[in-house]
Design a protein around this ligand. Structure first.
Ligand SMILES: Cc1cc2nc3c(=O)[nH]c(=O)nc-3n(C[C@H](O)[C@H](O)[C@H](O)COP(=O)(O)O)c2cc1C
Length: 198
């Protein structure tokens, strides 16, 4: 089985736990290799929102890179990647991606993911949003990225914050075509005469 290489970017929007859960889920999968880039602002939200430190976060990944190391492998199209997730994605990183303003490794890796026509998933987090944010989301969508708002569903009757986080990360993994057990698909209304198919 060929190893799937997934780049995970964590930027400084609230909800660093989305990035952590993404790494945890990917690290438990056979045949998946993770490549992590964390921004300086995300290091700040990490310490504000969790009890982890940056070393603990990096240990969840197979490989990690310094966000200032603009020459690291993930900055190049010759580094084959199967996709990239930015979770959470700040409005600043969204804006930079919308304009190919690649002044750090996370943004450059995202820009390269787009130019190589590989899936780029942006778990954006801000509220409320202004027209500039909306325009940037339109722009990245036109460029081929998938905007995945950090906006969990409630139809599975979540009982914990974990359930809410899993509902978003589960969608991210679905979109990457990776099998997972974080959530189960919604099957309401499906009928079959063959019980096993219901
Ligand atoms: C506690 C905290 C929460 C923040 N939450 C958000 C947020 O939800 N969305 C956002 O776009 N920026 C948020 N920010 C601001 C970003 O961290 C800031 O714009 C930063 O420059 C983003 O840089 P980066 O995209 O390189 O990580 C927050 C900052 C802090 C300290």
């Amino acid at each position: 089985m060929e190893t799937k290489k997934i780049v995970v970017g964590i930027s400084g929007a609230s909800g660093v736990v989305y990035g952590i859960r993404t790494l945890e889920a990917l690290s438990g999968m056979d045949g998946v290799e993770t490549h992590l880039v964390v921004t300086k602002a995300a290091e700040r939200t990490l310490s504000l929102e969790t009890d982890r430190d940056i070393d603990g976060l990096r240990k969840l990944a197979d490989f990690w890179y310094d966000v200032e190391d603009i020459g690291a492998s993930v900055a190049s199209g010759s580094f084959h990647r199967d996709g990239m997730v930015v979770a959470p994605c700040s409005m600043k990183t969204l804006s930079a991606l919308a304009h190919s303003y690649s002044d750090n490794l996370l943004i450059r890796a995202g820009d390269v993911t787009l130019k190589e026509r590989k899936p780029l998933l942006l778990v954006v987090r801000e509220t409320p949003i202004h027209l500039g944010h909306i325009r940037n989301m339109l722009q990245v969508t036109e460029m081929g990225a998938l905007v995945v708002p950090a906006s969990p569903g409630f139809y599975h009757r979540p009982k914990s914050i974990d359930d809410l986080v899993n509902s978003i990360v589960g969608r991210v993994l679905d979109l990457l075509g990776l099998k997972h057990t974080l959530t189960s698909p919604w099957v309401e209304g499906a009928r079959s005469y063959h019980e096993s198919e219901a």
